[in-house]
Design a binder for this molecule. Structure first.
Ligand code: WT7
Length: 645
């Protein structure tokens, strides 16, 4: 494959950027020529941000799996599409060629159809990081079923909520998953999630750990049996085929739930054509991918990063995507470097939190590891501090690999602001320049564009985007109004990201973090309201307030102030009980790092919690709490300060 739209110089970046803004339809219309369409579009773009309504490549017909698989078969059937590295390094590596991927995806598609799955049906996927997860996703896409992948760390209750919200009728899961030293019983979590569920008809269970699982007659099916039967249907005389279902450009491809400032996670909906074009375009340009390179994105496919840069981006570009089942510290903190060495990884894309945690182990884990295959490094998910950036640059990239700091969100589908590796300049802790097609603007609270520079010559404001790029979210599943209010109503005619940012005189952006009540813990997005709701479900809790505080490794930690009634046992036991409740309601990823029991919360006369004060105290700021004159009872602040953990 070649990529005629790959930006090759700084000048070309500026020229392409200008074209994309002056003539978005011309620009993206010509990019679209690099894909396989059953039918070409009638119109490149129609949009307004008031409803909101965004339609890209309207009238086009396609199937994303033909772009990710079939079109590569002629020239790359024997080339690796996925290299799978198991949790246990002693276990056999699996190399999935494009031909094999094609066969497996056809089988999954057939298996789903055999069991009544139709275009538009929602299929929930709750699996570990095994190649079958990629097959499941692409199998859904092949028949136009809408996949909703749920990260393996979410609890039964979270799954139940998502199943209900999406009215999902099918689930694909594993018996269990290996993650580091742990075996996670996925099917048993699904069983709990299905208690009282009325919509799910079939559950496909792939065998990974072979722990005992309950299999309900008529509902639960072994993946292996179904796939074996499907194989006899899709393969005739050595020729494999399962015709992909034709999709409209705007047909939903998938739902991915993400947290916001309100209690309930939202089902972000991505389209078929726009998402395909954007993940491919950004993959090829941000990472400057060259055919044959091994791309290792360390994210879990349960998050958007894995969807876009393990599955759809690399595969649509005919790339080789390395998929890792385990964790960076198992069996030891040299695991990433071992993987880079053994698989001759060229591009490593990871999270600042992983870098910071590995930094903590010093340089010993790097000993004897040949990292010379690395060409490009990337980060995603949270702001990267300069110390981590330099460590990554010096010890991993040996000062020879450009680092791309990619800023984007679940709602964006793919990277919006980033340097292009080796093409546009990097600046430590800055995401730098917008991708072609992305028009950022910084506004103040009233939505007015910020034009006044601060003493360092920087503009500072809330980050919005002025016009749609191809993979902007189309709606939040089942509730379009929620989508409008969340993203398009804060400032008229702008998409509001929820992030604050700085802009320097060269047009570079530095993302400073969320300006809403959303936390970013180890690169995972968690709403404070969601955590509060979970804590408040614990018997004995009267009220709670959750804020973030700076955490050396996680970026942000979760600090919970809790008003408690009668305690069953001592405070330490009670804290553990609360953590257990949060684990049950959301999942272990949402467990507060600190719980402080208080007798009151700082409230205004109208009863609003003054989180600003709580945030300052959690950060360790004890004297400069700002204006506290609106407080109903200022003495609670003293009490909270005295009890600070
Ligand atoms: C939030 C989105 C995009 C995939 C992973 C997270 C923060 C993301 C960066 C970055 C600073 C970043 C933002 C954003 N964020 N990348 N390079 N620099 N902050 O996806 O869960 O949707 O979270 O992550 O605050 O709003 P997500």
């Amino acid at each position: 494959m070649s990529y005629p739209y790959q930006i090759a110089s700084l000048e070309q970046y500026h020229a392409d950027y200008k074209k994309s803004v002056d003539d978005p339809e011309g620009f993206w219309g010509s990019i679209a020529e690099n894909f396989e369409w059953r039918k070409k579009h009638d119109k490149v773009l129609e949009w307004n941000f008031t409803e909101p309504k965004v339609e890209w490549f309207k009238g086009a017909k396609l199937n994303i799996t033909e772009n990710c698989i079939d079109r590569h078969l002629k020239t790359m059937a024997d080339k690796p599409a996925i290299i799978w590295e198991p949790n246990n390094p002693e276990e056999r590596v699996r190399i999935v060629t494009y031909a094999r991927l094609h066969k497996r995806v056809c089988q999954v598609a057939q298996m789903l159809v055999n069991n009544g799955v139709k275009k538009g049906d929602r299929v929930c996927i709750y699996m570990g990081m095994v190649p079958e997860l990629a097959y499941a996703i692409l199998g859904c896409a092949r028949i136009g079923a809408i996949h909703s992948v749920i990260f393996g760390g979410f609890s039964a209750q979270s799954i139940a909520d998502r199943l209900y919200d999406a009215q999902a009728e099918f689930i694909i899961t594993c018996d269990g998953a290996y993650r580091g030293a742990k075996d996670i019983p996925l099917k048993s979590v699904i069983d709990d999630a299905l208690i009282g569920n009325r919509t799910v008809k079939k559950v496909f269970v792939y065998t990974r750990t072979r722990i005992p699982v309950s299999m309900l007659k008529g509902r639960d099916l072994w993946w292996e049996d179904e796939m074996e039967y499907a194989e006899t249907q899709v393969e005739k005389d050595g020729v494999v085929s399962f015709p992909a279902v034709e999709m409209d450009a705007e047909d939903p491809l998938f739902i991915l739930y993400t947290s916001g400032s309100t209690g309930k996670p939202k089902g972000v909906v991505h389209s078929s054509a726009g998402y395909m074009v954007w993940t491919n375009y950004t993959f090829v340009n941000v990472f400057q991918y060259q055919p044959g390179q091994v791309h290792f994105c360390t994210a879990d496919i349960g998050w958007i990063t894995g969807h876009s840069y393990i599955v759809y981006g690399p595969l649509s570009a005919g790339g080789t995507s390395l998929m890792f089942e385990g964790v960076p510290t198992y069996p030891d903190a040299g695991r990433f470097w071992d993987i880079v060495d053994r698989h001759k990884v060229n591009i490593l894309y990871t999270a600042p939190t992983a870098i910071r945690s590995l930094m903590g182990f010093g340089l010993d884990p790097l000993k004897g590891k040949d990292l010379s295959s690395l060409k490009i490094l990337g980060t995603v998910g949270e702001p990267i501090n300069e110390e981590a950036w330099h460590w990554y640059d010096e010890h991993i990239g040996k000062k020879k690999c450009p680092i791309v700091d990619t800023w984007w969100q679940t709602e964006n589908g793919g990277v919006l602001i980033s340097n292009l590796a080796g093409i546009t300049p990097s600046k430590p802790s800055w995401a730098t320049l917008p991708m072609p097609g992305v028009q950022p603007i910084l506004v103040d609270e009233n939505g007015k564009e910020v034009t006044e520079k601060d003493e360092h010559g920087m503009l500072k404001g809330n980050l919005c985007i002025k016009a749609p790029w191809p993979s902007i979210l189309r709606t939040t599943y089942g509730d379009h109004e929620r989508c409008r209010i969340n993203y398009f109503a804060t400032y008229p005619n702008l998409y509001f990201t929820g992030d604050g940012a700085l802009k320097d005189a060269d047009g570079n952006y530095r993302i400073t973090g969320r300006v809403d009540d959303v936390l970013n813990v180890s690169g995972h997005r968690i709403g404070t309201a969601e955590v509060e709701n979970a804590i408040n479900m614990h018997a004995g809790v009267v009220e709670s307030a959750v804020v973030g505080y700076p955490h050396d490794i996680k970026g942000q930690g979760i600090y919970a102030y809790v008003i408690y009634g009668h305690m069953h046992g001592d405070a330490e036991h009670t804290k553990k009980d609360i953590l257990q409740t949060v684990t049950r309601v959301i999942g272990a990823i949402a467990k507060p790092d600190k719980i402080q029991f208080v007798t009151g919360l700082p409230k205004t006369r109208s009863g609003k919690i003054m989180r600003r004060i709580l945030r300052k105290i959690a950060e360790g700021e004890m004297t400069n709490l700002g204006d506290t004159s609106a407080l109903l009872d200022p003495t609670v602040v003293e009490e909270i300060k005295n009890g600070k953990l």
